[in-house]
Design a binder for this molecule. Structure first.
Ligand code: ZN
Length: 562
């Protein structure tokens, strides 16, 4: 006799992504595997004495969401920091920060996150003098949502030894004021790294992003426990969104070690893919000496290393994304076309080497020149090493030259998009980004449907903590974007395409399409039950839908209390 299932989900509206059986009512889970999918009567007949029956109450049941671009460690740590999301103006900012600073007297640095680039509401960027008006006698710094800029007060700049400027990596910048002192704006990790070292976790949470290397000196046992506790909270937070898998976009061996320990301790609540992070300042040899052994050492079902992450540029909001022509307005002063993180020769060499050694490559590219350079490099890698099923990805591709859009599909490059980041995404103020682009660039900006129509694969994610890891807000951004006026073509996504990009296609992009991303017998038991039938909810109301139950690897990782 076959083993009775551990869990049966009944009375659901299953969207299976299985072409043989696209919808169903019920499924059974045995161990870590989906053992049957069918109608209520068929599945109920399988129940044994100890089978747990979950009534989905007519809600949608999907393969667990996979967020294919997150910064797990940083996002986890930030859950306990003060978020300035939605805060506008210096007074309001002060009202939030002062009580937080008082409540955390032991922090070496008062550190807040999610500070909007236009937080003063004046089009003026923050300076140390603005922050000195909030707190002058203690180091204070605030992080932009995209993690590309930190603004610090004078005390923080002094403590971090940055007040008089200094030399930093290519692509990073300590912005200097007219008085010859640092203005307070620190662009990119090479500039703001010393500030992060003053945070509670001493910047260990950001090392995977800043250097891709391990903490030095090594974390103490107490620090490791502190870091693991934070990450576990982050994983539980993700499970609460219906997420069962995460593709990290920063990484180092330290994170792989912590995640593996959490797995052994039964505290890993989502599957995690961690990258080898290759920097513009790294030697090509590092790919073989460090990247390959790191990847080969971690190949589990729940913790693994499979991709190499690179950044080719910065972000539009700080004028560091690489553009084909100078930015409009002040940002284009001096002919500014952005900051080069890699020389193109070095970037192409890195892409060829990583491709040769079987890495999937994921490149942060935001400006039209950054995206073009990335496509060019992938093309050279294919010509050099031969065509293979590489599934190389471009992360963000916010602004593309229209001529480059068909090249994605032609070269089998995956478009990895965060719908919530767009000015039409309801998450960030819509006004500003339009001002950073020339009108003729808008046609190729956030061109989701145009990209999809070419046949290119598209995967969706949040880039948490750039925005909250909330799945439904991101889905709303895709299916019910704000109307930004006649200059902006409608790029709305269908609900089914969006759900596929968040589940099936995210499983595909990690080369796991035979094991997950579908509700069919034999697949991994990663499942989410939603509180409603999402197909019956109007697009704008989707955020009222929540995860009711999340199951990862056959284990319930989240249950909504009623
Ligand atoms: Zn990212």
């Amino acid at each position: 006799m076959t083993e009775a299932p551990d869990i049966i989900i009944r009375n659901g509206r299953l969207i299976t992504f299985d072409p043989e059986q696209p919808d169903a009512q019920a499924l059974a889970i045995t161990g870590g595997t989906l053992s049957a999918v069918g109608n209520d009567a068929e599945i109920a007949a399988l129940a044994g004495e100890n089978t747990r029956i979950i009534d989905a109450q007519g809600g949608t049941v999907l393969p667990g969401f996979i967020d294919s671009h997150v910064h797990l460690f940083g996002g986890s740590v930030e859950l306990s920091l003060l978020s300035l999301y939605g805060v506008q103006g210096l007074d309001e900012k002060k009202a939030h920060i002062l009580p937080y600073a008082e409540a955390n007297p032991d922090d070496d640095l008062v550190f807040c996150v999610m500070a909007d680039y236009d937080i003063l509401g004046t089009g003026q960027t923050l300076t140390r003098h603005d922050l000195d008006q909030i707190i002058a006698d203690r180091p204070l710094a605030v992080f932009a949502p995209d993690h590309h800029t930190i603004w610090a007060n004078t005390a923080a700049l002094q403590a971090a030894n940055l007040l008089d400027g200094g030399t930093v990596d290519a692509g990073s910048q300590i912005v200097m004021g007219a008085d010859g002192k640092a203005s307070g704006a620190l662009l990119e990790p090479g500039a703001y790294g010393p500030i992060l070292e003053m945070t509670r976790n001493k910047g260990r949470d950001m090392l995977g992003l800043v250097t891709g290397r391990d903490p030095f000196p090594a974390a103490t046992p107490a620090e490791r426990e502190m870091d693991k506790d934070a990450i576990e909270q982050g994983l539980l937070h993700c499970a609460g969104q219906g997420i069962t898998g995460l593709h990290l976009m920063d990484g180092n061996r330290y994170q792989l070690e912590l995640l593996s320990e959490l797995e052994v301790e039964g505290r890993l609540h989502c599957r995690t893919m961690v990258p080898f992070h290759f920097k513009g300042t790294d030697d090509i040899a590092r790919i073989v000496t460090e990247g390959v052994p790191m990847r080969d050492a971690y190949q589990g079902d729940k913790v693994w290393c499979g991709h190499m992450k690179m950044f080719i540029d910065g972000v539009v909001e700080s004028g560091t994304a690489l553009m084909l022509e100078p930015y409009p307005g002040d940002m284009g002063a001096g002919g500014n076309t952005g900051e080069e993180v890699f020389t193109q020769d070095h970037f192409v060499a890195a892409a060829c080497e990583a491709d040769k050694h079987g890495f999937q490559i994921a490149v942060h590219a935001i400006g039209d020149a950054g995206v073009r350079r990335t496509i060019d490099a992938f093309e050279v890698a294919r010509e050099t090493n031969g065509k293979r099923d590489s599934r190389h990805r471009i992360e963000h591709l916010e602004v593309m030259h229209p001529a480059d859009i068909p090249r994605l599909n032609a070269l089998d490059i995956v478009a990895s998009i965060q719908p919530g980041h767009a000015p039409c995404g309801h998450i960030f103020a819509p006004g500003a980004v339009g001002d950073y682009l020339h009108r003729h660039q808008i046609e190729g900006a956030y061109a989701w449907q145009t990209i999809r129509d070419t046949g290119a694969k598209m995967v969706f994610s949040t880039d948490w903590p750039v925005m909250p890891v909330n799945v439904m807000d991101n889905i709303k951004a895709a299916i019910a974007p704000l109307d930004l006026g006649p200059d902006w073509p409608d790029q709305s996504q269908t609900l089914m395409d969006t759900l596929a990009s968040y589940t099936r296609d995210n499983a595909w992009v990690e080369f796991n399409e035979h094991r997950k991303g579908q509700l069919s017998s034999g697949m991994m038991a990663d499942v989410v039950i939603l509180t409603e039938d999402i197909t019956a909810v109007s697009p704008a109301d989707v955020p009222r839908v929540h995860a009711m139950v999340t199951i990862c690897d056959g284990t319930v990782t989240f249950e909504r209390s009623i």
